[in-house]
Design a protein around this ligand. Sequence first.
Ligand SMILES: C[S@@+](CC[C@H](N)C(=O)[O-])C[C@H]1O[C@@H](n2cnc3c(N)ncnc32)[C@H](O)[C@@H]1O
Length: 259
Amino acid sequence: MNCTEQKGQKYLGKVYLVGAGPGDPGLMTLKGKSLLECADVVIYDALVSPAILAMINPQAEKINAGKRMGRHSLLQEETTSLLMEKAQDNAIVVRLKGGDPFIFGRGGEEMAELVEAGVSVEVVPGITSGIAAPAYAGIPLTHRLYSSSVTFVTGHEAAGKYRPTVNWQAIAHGSETIVIYMGIHNLPYIVEQLSTAGLSLETPIALVRWGTRPDQEELIGKLGTIIEQVEKTGFGAPAIAVIGQVVNMHSILSECRPV
Ligand SMILES: C[S@@+](CC[C@H](N)C(=O)[O-])C[C@H]1O[C@@H](n2cnc3c(N)ncnc32)[C@H](O)[C@@H]1O
């Protein structure tokens, strides 16, 4: 992409919601990379890898939305107002999010608010960690013998939430592979819910932490053993959990992991 052309009148004051992928810079899209190289302002999330941040135009203003004003993160309204403010004076404003902006990334909410405010906005999808982290661990989410359906679900909902929106009973039986984002802290609750729903404690499960990055780690077990394994190893977030027979492919395919 030519930066001068990109900054022509047509794109003035436009916000791009760009997916940074899971970490490996080779998994960034060409479109996303070009936008980072031309950006005037980049507002990025905590999980975006240093290798991707290194692609940003050195002249661009860089704002970490994960650490600002001494707080853990910007409130959603603050992020949206900041995007609006920056779009007033800058041609290319990139909102850079880990993985894909529309998969558990609040991209839909942010985009709707910008559209409502009359800001020109476009999404640039990224490779989501729920696909890439298992792939780099040698786990295909579908397989002709083991799985013809996949569910992506958030594990972030706390036990005892007033009105849980994740129906674990349905999730347990809805597909042959279950991919859980943000599920590590809540894993005991999730395992309990799935086993109460009838999923065998022998069901294979894999946890993949910092997937596609040089420090990727994996923990392979069964629903009935994984909590103890996590406790023993101190395995932590951010990680993707994959549940289902496809996890058994790890023993064959993990030998061929990308380098
Ligand atoms: C708020 S969600 C964002 C998901 C992101 N939009 C995506 O498409 O991958 C954050 C969660 O994504 C997962 N995640 C993100 N990057 C990851 C990575 N490189 N390896 C493993 N899990 C990752 C973790 O479950 C983490 O808690």
